[in-house]
Write a protein that binds this ligand. Structure first.
Ligand code: FAD
Ligand code: SF4
Length: 529
């Protein structure tokens, strides 16, 4: 028998007499969307909503505990609101005595119990989950209807059409196509501000004086439901990484909208300028912290884009910030989703640069004398958050230069961020940051030495290493591994027009220097694996 949680969600195991079920409508943890097409034909009198907390979803990668809390707390709030509104919700809680460990097992039991005519769901965010649900339905000979996720501007078929016949895929072209299709930031068909992309104006650092502090982002102290989930997660997953004591993420649509308005009012104006900058003990800076709300579908991406454009048109924010922000949502976010569904499942195993080393243990501890890594990993383990440049140009860059197996670093990113869902995480990790996908996500690897980190942050000023040094006691590991990377892949990179300049720089090294760099890199690897 299912247990009743304080949140009002309860487990189900028994068929009440006379309760036929027409559709069993599945709602996964990242589908908490009251605007979803699932509700168009849903009849509470004949249909049921099905939701399940499955332990396997928290352990297939060792999920950060704040990530588990976020998903479960948001699911419980969503189920509570549906029930209040008269929907019939079958909900498996993690701790009900007869809880089943995987989504597939829990679903199979519910199907046998409810005997619906059809299963319906919106396109899931994870290929693995889609396959497992398809398998259950096929085994039980039950029709499964998968609906397009209208949260997104683009569709999976639309991306396939965009990709057809193109030699090379690029985010920029898909982004322009979507801007035109949806009439976003256009004046008489031309891009506002006279150009499509203001990326060059998005790269300022804070200089020596550091950031002028903006108000703290909106935060949402846990209510009773969330506190109950925090206790549960700490009890059931004591060995999973990450802390829960700082948990303050939005877990309802109302909170997500409040968080968005707070960003639009206080941080959007400088978002563009400082998008790439980093600073010690300042995890959020001008970022929006809206990825988890968007990915769980608590926040409507269309509404958000509309609000950003409105503020630009009202003269409240400049074009570089408005376009810079919209590009992240309408450009990158849509593009990575297209890439994921276009290339899965083989995408997962790509390893174009043949990287084969295990993930260094520092990724799970943050214990290192490299200040950049200590900051980015430390805040990740504490909060489940790091902003884009910390992910791409600190933790991602280090893994790339170190030579970590893409699959391992992918599993780390999927585990440790509260916003991690595979459709968005995988192309960003394997493609953008590890250059393992053969150039789908980028025309060149994102490589840099410690000097880049020095330019964009104050980390190096607090570090025992020197960012410009590749030999001796003070040699910066990032810089040593950068030169080693160029040397290891010299031949191949020299054929890439966008890498030629960087590769040419290794010409200045003598044969002895080259030997010393390779040896130094070898010692760093030995020390860290
Ligand atoms: P902001 O900086 O405020 O950006 C605004 C929004 O734009 C974000 O909320 C997000 O929805 C979207 N966005 C920005 N950059 C990207 C991008 N490259 N791809 C897709 N959407 C983007 N994002 C996730 O949502 N989930 C992930 O699991 C994830 N894993 C990543 C792994 C790596 C290695 C890298 C390099 C990036 C990853 N990203 C991921 C993209 C990006 O880093 C995060 O979306 C962003 O840091 C979230 O913080 P924010 O909401 O403050 O974003
Ligand atoms: Fe990182 Fe090197 Fe800078 Fe230290 S000196 S913070 S290791 S880039």
């Amino acid at each position: 028998m299912g247990g009743k949680a304080k949140s009002g969600v309860s487990g189900q195991t028994r068929q009440e007499p006379g309760e036929a079920t027409r559709y069993l409508d599945l709602v996964l943890g990242d589908q908490l969307d009251r605007r979803s097409p699932l509700w168009r034909e849903h009849e509470p009198a004949t249909d049921r909503v099905w939701m399940a907390e499955a332990a396997g979803e928290s352990t297939h990668v060792p999920s950060h505990r704040a990530r588990i809390v976020l998903f479960l707390a948001a699911m419980r709030h969503f189920a509570r609101d549906l029930t209040k509104d008269g929907f019939r919700v079958d909900y498996q809680t993690l701790d009900q005595p007869d809880a089943l460990p995987t989504l597939a097992e829990a679903l199979e039991r519910s199907i046998r119990l409810r005997r619906p005519q059809k299963i319906r769901m919106v396109q899931p965010g994870d290929y693995r989950v889609m396959v497992s649900i398809r398998e259950v339905c096929a085994r039980l000979e039950l029709p499964l209807e998968i609906l397009e996720d209208t949260h997104f501007f683009g569709t999976i078929d639309g991306f396939a059409r965009h990709a057809r016949g193109r030699k090379q895929l690029r985010q920029e072209y898909y982004y322009r196509e979507l801007r035109q299709q949806h009439q976003i930031l256009l004046d008489d068909g031309e891009p506002c501000g006279g150009q499509w992309n203001f990326d060059k104006e998005n790269r300022q650092s804070f200089g020596k004086q550091g950031p002028v502090l903006t108000p703290e982002p909106a935060s949402f102290p846990p209510d009773e439901i969330t506190r109950e989930v925090i206790d549960l997660v700490n009890r059931m997953f004591p060995k999973n990484p990450g802390e829960t004591s700082h948990f303050a993420w939005p877990v309802t649509a109302a909170q997500a909208q409040k968080a968005a308005i707070d960003f639009l009012d206080h941080r959007l104006a400088d978002f563009g300028l400082y998008q790439d900058a980093m600073w010690t003990e300042q995890p959020y800076l001008h970022h929006s912290l809206l990825s988890s709300s968007l990915n769980l579908k608590l926040l409507d991406a269309r509404w958000l884009v509309e609000q950003v454009e409105k503020r630009y048109r009202m003269g409240q924010v400049g074009i570089a910030s408005a376009e810079g922000y919209i590009r992240q949502i309408l450009g990158w976010r849509e593009y990575v989703r297209g890439v994921y569904w276009h290339f899965m499942p083989e995408y997962l195993d790509r390893n174009d640069l043949g990287a084969e080393l295990p993930l260094p243990s520092v990724y799970w501890t943050g214990q290192t004398d490299m200040k950049c890594l200590a900051e980015a990993i430390g805040q990740t383990l504490k909060l489940g958050y790091a902003h884009h440049i910390q992910r791409l140009m600190v933790t991602g860059l280090f893994a790339l230069l170190f030579g970590v197996r893409p699959r391992e670093i992918h599993e780390w990113y999927l585990a440790v961020y509260v916003d991690a869902v595979e459709w968005v995480e995988l192309p960003n990790t394997l493609g953008m940051s590890q250059a393992a996908d053969g150039g789908v996500m980028g025309s060149k690897p994102y490589t840099a030495s410690g000097k880049y980190i020095d330019r964009m942050s104050n980390y190096c000023r607090h570090c025992r290493y020197r960012p410009d040094s590749w030999k001796g006691e003070d040699a910066c590991p990032m810089t040593v591994l950068y030169w080693d990377f160029l040397l290891r892949h010299e031949k191949r990179l020299a054929t890439n027009p966008r890498m030629v300049m960087q590769v040419r720089n290794v010409d200045r090294f003598s044969a002895n220097d080259r030997k010393e760099i390779r040896a130094q890199a070898g010692r760093i690897r030995l020390r860290m694996v």
